[in-house]
Design a protein around this ligand. Structure first.
Ligand code: HDL
Ligand code: ZN
Length: 415
């Protein structure tokens, strides 16, 4: 049994450091997807988070930036965010954490040297290095059958890699309007230009075929702050008549990522999305009225976090996951994780990386492990002060659940 605060802190930090993580939401790809899997220092520096931050210091027209090649974009971002200003934003700090963990000499004029480090590496050896360094066992991809490049790989050259699980992402279907049905028809699905049982049946066949082709562990969508359910809309009708029946048939969760305002500044492209407070009533309605469906939910607005935790206390078919995107910063991860542990105990998935560049796994998990360990120590300390006996076995059990086992248990369970 753990008897002292010092021993407790050491044990929690060791267990959190050593646990092999299941990363439940990323934009990474298995090696067979080729260049879709981004890696290396210039991809790190041109991550859309840094592009948004760099434009706060740039006066050039947006187009002038977008016409630069990757290396020139990276040079410009490095100049603005690392040379002319201290890089203490989370996205900038993350780049430096990766380079430091790789053993490189961290300095203002280091970019050329960092490029050399990556020059003679192969992606296969590098994936092993990154997964090992980040302590990641497996990641869930974001797989979009509407993406022409990705779809080709799935149809012609996909090779399974156990470290990369698939998630069927259906934003174009649920957010794309009636035109998306033309696309399905062009692929041979028997759908009409109106929402009727024939169309629903064709959409269910599309979803079923892709769930099977991908062996998808869940179906996912990002949704605007205005998302509502029930609602007299194409999205709500497709969710009720197609998405939820297929998810139930394959016993996989429907993952809703709620609160993104797409292209608030379209000139920033991928970096142009913003955030809005969303409607928790829609989440509660779905959980209450579809008790045999499983819902994974993450919400983008800080203001939605408390009510999401309360909703999860009401519905066992709701699994809260991650500190998504604009919430993936130390101060917010700390606050949100504390709230979740106090309201939900161990029954939550505290973090996902949302990594778009392979190397980011190193910093996103480095940074989050420290915070999760710190919060966990405080919670176990409070427990210890009640006289509750705490053992290393208990801590290992809890941390295994938080960092992966809760997710897999939720994937497997039948409701
Ligand atoms: O919709 C999503 O999955 C978001 O994570 C977006 O991809 C976003 O651009 C992002 O990368 N956030 O971290
Ligand atoms: Zn994402």
């Amino acid at each position: 049994m753990i008897k002292s605060d010092v021993m407790l802190r050491k044990t929690v930090e060791k267990v959190v450091d050593e646990v092999k993580v299941t990363d439940v939401h990323t934009h990474l790809y298995a090696p067979c997807f080729g260049d879709l899997l981004l890696w290396g220092v210039d991809e790190l520096v041109t991550y859309h988070y840094l592009i948004a931050e760099a434009f706060r210091w740039l006066d050039i027209p947006y187009e002038e930036f977008w016409e630069l090649d990757k290396e020139a974009q990276s040079d410009l971002i490095w100049q603005k965010l690392f040379t002319e200003n201290s890089p203490y934003s989370e996205a900038c700090r993350g780049v430096l954490t990766v380079l430091n963990r790789l053993g490189l000499d961290i300095k203002k004029d280091g970019l050329p040297e960092y490029r050399d480090f990556f020059k003679n590496r192969t992606i296969h050896e590098y994936i092993d290095i990154v997964f090992d360094m980040a302590g990641v066992k497996e990641v869930v991809m974001t797989n979009d059958p509407f993406d022409d490049v990705e779809r080709e790989v799935w149809l012609k050259s996909y090779e399974k890699d156990e470290r990369f699980k698939a998630a069927l992402r259906i934003d174009p279907l649920l957010n794309g309007g009636i035109d998306i049905l033309h696309q399905l028809r062009s692929w041979g699905y028997d759908v009409e230009d109106q929402l009727n049982e024939k169309t629903y049946s064709g959409v269910r066949r599309f979803l079923s075929e892709w769930v099977e082709r991908m062996d998808a562990v869940y179906m996912a969508v990002s949704l605007p702050p205005t998302f509502d359910f029930p609602e007299d809309s194409m999205r709500a009708k497709l969710i009720e008549n197609c998405v939820l029946p297929v998810c139930r048939e394959y016993n996989i969760p429907f993952a809703m990522m709620i609160g993104v305002k797409k292209l608030t500044n379209p000139d920033l492209k991928l970096a142009g999305d913003s955030v809005g407070k969303s409607n928790i009533d829609a989440v509660e309605y779905l959980c209450a009225n579809f008790p045999h469906n499983k819902f994974m939910v993450t919400m983008l607005a800080k203001e939605n976090q408390h009510e999401l935790c309360v909703a999860a206390r009401k519905f066992r078919n709701l699994l809260v996951f991650g500190c998504w995107w604009f919430l993936n910063n130390p101060s917010l991860i700390d606050e949100i994780t504390r709230m979740r542990f106090e309201l939900l105990g161990v029954s939550v998935v505290p973090q996902h990386s949302d990594a778009r560049v392979l190397d980011q796994l190193i910093y996103k998990w480095d940074h989050s492990r420290k915070i999760i360990a710190h919060v966990l120590y405080d919670k176990y300390k409070d427990l210890m002060d009640t006289g509750w006996p705490i053992t290393e076995e208990d801590i290992v059990r809890d941390v295994e659940k938080l960092m992966g086992a809760n997710f897999w248990e939720f994937i497997e369970k039948e409701l």
